[in-house]
Design a protein around this ligand. Structure first.
Ligand SMILES: *Cc1c(COP(=O)(O)O)cnc(C)c1O
Length: 367
């Protein structure tokens, strides 16, 4: 007989209790409703992920990844956790590492917003910067070996650390629509960074046999939407300005077969949409929420033109407060060559009153 070295069970039990306690304190996030006067009969809902303790949808992912790492025996007392992250995931993981008393190092592009870097440091996390964003994976893996730590690897494990059957964001969305006029949305719109959220939502829709279809809102410069159309395309050069979403390589957690429709979105459209939405929702939204909203409006217009009514659900991924010095700074927008005006005008028209639904037009004309 050989007794194998096992992780410290008492520590593990306590660690899992700490994660559970955080979930208890947090509760479910709000589903905010938006009505656009020019598109009557179409209700749009935003799952407001900005209200998590760490301010984004990555709070869910980080909790799942820590739970997975603990239960796999990859994380124990004294394990340094390393992650490749453009910011939001690192903020949430730094928070959980701090709760568990573990060291945390984020490997990120040097261009990451100062607000996010400050948030990681607030939770006691270290930042390791790289000049070439494509090297974050190998740098993280190397650092993990050198520090005898654990490379969390969100891009690989997002898809399997989250339970797509129950107790996930998709189940919550459907539950929160229970008393709405259109309880089963026509569309759920997701953007993809790891692809984990889209994959969880897509799997849950199939698991429950809902009629809902899944739309991917993806930055024009990203590989995901190209890969959905042509599976041979697995990487692209160049990068989008929208933090958290759009990738130069197809991530393992992104499953194209879950996607029913892709909408490529220009960066200027995303930024304009974030600004317009923030005004009308009365909540400041980040860039990826703008990307989502641009696709939502496209779908809502199509439904309206076809005389249909129904609901569309998407995510408010994080708050615009994190992007005061970027998307909400006119000088930054100008320096990056973005012309928001045409996109803003197009979006604002959705909020103009006195439009008559096509289905009612004849009736009005006949009066
Ligand atoms: C990560 C992220 C997304 C996309 O979520 P995934 O589940 O990783 O695909 C969208 N918006 C923001 C701000 C993010 O950080």
């Amino acid at each position: 007989m050989v007794t194998l070295q096992r992780s410290n069970r008492n520590w593990l039990r306590r660690a899992l209790q700490i994660l559970d306690a955080d979930q208890m304190r947090s509760g479910e996030t709000n589903l905010l409703r938006l009505d656009m006067p020019a598109l009557p009969g179409i209700a749009v809902y935003f799952k407001d992920e900005s209200t998590h303790p760490t301010g984004s949808l990555k709070h869910r992912l980080a909790r799942s990844l820590f739970t997975y790492g603990l239960c796999n025996g990859w994380i124990g007392p004294g394990t340094t956790v390393i992650e490749s992250s453009s910011g939001s995931t690192a903020v949430s993981e730094a928070y959980f590492a701090h709760l568990l008393g573990l060291k945390f190092v984020a490997v990120m592009p040097r261009t990451t917003s100062p607000e996010k870097i400050a948030a990681i440091r607030l939770y006691g996390g270290d930042c390791h910067f790289v000049d070439d964003p494509t090297t974050v994976y190998e740098v993280s893996a190397t650092l993990a070996r050198e520090l005898h730590g654990h490379y969390m690897d969100q891009f690989t494990f997002a898809e399997r650390a989250t339970d797509w059957r129950r107790a996930n964001i998709a189940e919550a969305m459907f539950a929160q629509l229970a008393n709405e006029e259109h309880r089963i949305p026509r569309w759920i719109v997701c953007s993809a960074g790891t692809g984990g959220t889209a994959t969880t939502v897509g799997r849950h829709i199939r698991y429950k046999s809902y009629e809902t279809r899944l739309c991917l809102a993806d930055p024009e410069a990203s590989v995901f939407h190209r890969h959905c159309v042509d599976p041979k395309v697995t990487s692209v050069k160049g990068a989008s300005l929208i933090e958290g979403i759009g990738r130069p390589r197809v991530e393992p957690s992104f499953l194209p077969q879950e996607i029913d429709l892709v909408v490529p979105v220009e960066d200027a459209a995303s930024v304009a949409a974030a600004r317009v939405l923030s005004r009308h929702l009365g909540k400041s939204c980040g860039g990826s929420t703008g990307t989502n909203f641009w696709a939502v409006v496209k779908l809502a217009r199509e439904m309206h033109a076809a005389g249909e009514s129904g609901s569309i659900v998407t995510l408010l991924c994080d708050s615009g407060e994190r992007y005061r010095s970027t998307y909400y700074d006119d000088a930054w927008v100008r320096d990056h060559g973005l012309d928001l005006a045409p996109y803003e005008a197009e979006l604002e028209s959705c909020f103009a009153h006195a439009s008559v639904a096509p289905a009612n037009r004849q009736a009005v004309a006949a009066e």
